[in-house]
Design a binder for this molecule. Structure first.
Ligand SMILES: Nc1ncnc2c1ncn2[C@@H]1O[C@H](COP(=O)(O)OP(=O)(O)OP(=O)(O)O)[C@@H](O)[C@H]1O
Ligand SMILES: O=C(CO)[C@H](O)[C@H](O)COP(=O)(O)O
Length: 323
């Protein structure tokens, strides 16, 4: 008898699963979204960047003295209508904003895939948007980390001078606090990123940060999660320092459990999680870590989040079958 795989059952189902990834500009949303795509496979995942829903181009924003973080500078009503259409399995005519020129291009027809990631400044900022979200993530780096990343990215890839990029960063901060940060309170998952407690240089040279993953208690629990720490290997083979800590995040008047990872773990430490995901998804091999001897916190967090999404998605199907 042929076994039905996760991919087959997802493809056969009409359910469109929406993942909202919110955070400031340059906070690492795309980096996390790309990892989810790599784990699930690009045939069933696509991403919409909400920058495409800006109402004004770069010049118009400057003239109106408004930042893109202000919801009124974005067509969030159109976005909510488009998400509703996609949820019904129908295509949309999606606007396109170019960061290379700071202007709009011709719209494109966007066909829904089974998982759609909406990443940007306001993916669940209004009730109309929030109601369509199946899974919500808020990416929350410390200002120090965020400013360093944004400066490097905007100068390197978006044609800003260092002075202009810095001025933009300072100008945006009040609007970030007022309009984007409040979404953290409704996010199911919060990812906090700080420079490593071992050394700041590790972030710049090896992408190693102190990552804290905060999660609302999940509707469905993980199956067979083992953080397979080989104690013998820890003393004989492990060459890097790392820290794993279970704690509590007090944020936005709520208290959630958290897992903090700092430093570099040997690949063997997370091997068992990878294998479990492969067993559940039939994606063989999940190789986002191929060639890596050591794994950092953001790698592990991407894996844990993907696994939680898989569990939640399977749960939706089983609820529909029962109901
Ligand atoms: N986990 C990470 N580890 C190391 N560097 C990162 C990480 N996340 C992001 N960065 C760095 O920060 C820069 C900005 O990240 P990214 O493009 O993912 O942010 P973003 O939130 O999608 O930005 P925007 O909304 O402005 O497009 C990247 O160019 C990358 O170099
Ligand atoms: O990253 C951003 C928001 O997520 C940008 O700041 C916004 O899209 C405006 O883009 P640009 O500065 O290229 O005109």
């Amino acid at each position: 008898m042929t076994r039905v795989t996760f991919h087959d059952s997802i493809q056969a189902s009409s359910y469109i699963y929406i993942i909202g990834v919110a955070g400031d500009s340059g906070s690492g949303k795309t980096t996390f979204s790309d990892a989810i795509t790599a784990i699930f496979g690009p045939d069933i995942v696509s991403t919409i960047t909400l920058d495409d829903y800006h109402l004004y181009d770069r010049n118009e924003r400057a003239q109106r003295k408004i930042t893109p973080l202000n919801p009124v500078a974005n067509d969030l009503d159109r976005l909510a209508r488009d998400v509703a259409t996609l949820k019904m399995g129908k295509p949309i005519e999606k606007p396109v904003y170019s960061h290379a020129t700071g202007t709009f291009q011709n719209p494109i027809t966007f066909y829904p895939t089974k998982f759609i990631i909406l990443e940007g400044l306001h993916p669940f900022a209004t009730p109309a948007l929030l109601q369509h979200m199946d899974y919500t993530i808020f990416v929350d780096p410390d200002n120090e980390v965020k400013y360093d990343w944004k400066l490097r990215r905007d100068v390197g890839k978006r044609n800003y001078t260092p002075e202009a990029a810095l001025e933009e960063i300072q100008k945006r901060e009040p609007d970030y606090r007022r309009f984007v940060l409040p979404q953290r309170a409704s996010a199911g998952t919060v990812i906090r990123i700080a420079y490593s407690g071992y050394s700041k240089a590790l972030g710049i040279s090896r992408n190693v940060y102190r990552i804290t993953l905060g999660m609302k208690p999940p509707e469905t629990c993980f199956e067979d999660v083992e953080l397979n720490i080989d104690l013998c290997g820890l003393f004989t083979r492990s060459t890097h320092d790392f820290l794993l800590e279970c704690g509590t995040l007090d944020l936005d008047n709520r208290r959630i459990r958290s897992l903090t990872i700092d430093g570099e773990l040997s690949h063997e430490t997370i091997h068992r999680i990878e294998r479990n995901i492969e067993k559940q998804t039939d994606v063989h091999p999940i190789d986002i870590f191929t060639g890596k001897e050591v794994i950092a916190g953001s790698d592990l967090v991407r894996l844990i989040i993907s696994w939680q999404i898989i569990n939640h998605r399977i749960h939706i199907d089983s609820k529909q079958l029962k109901g």
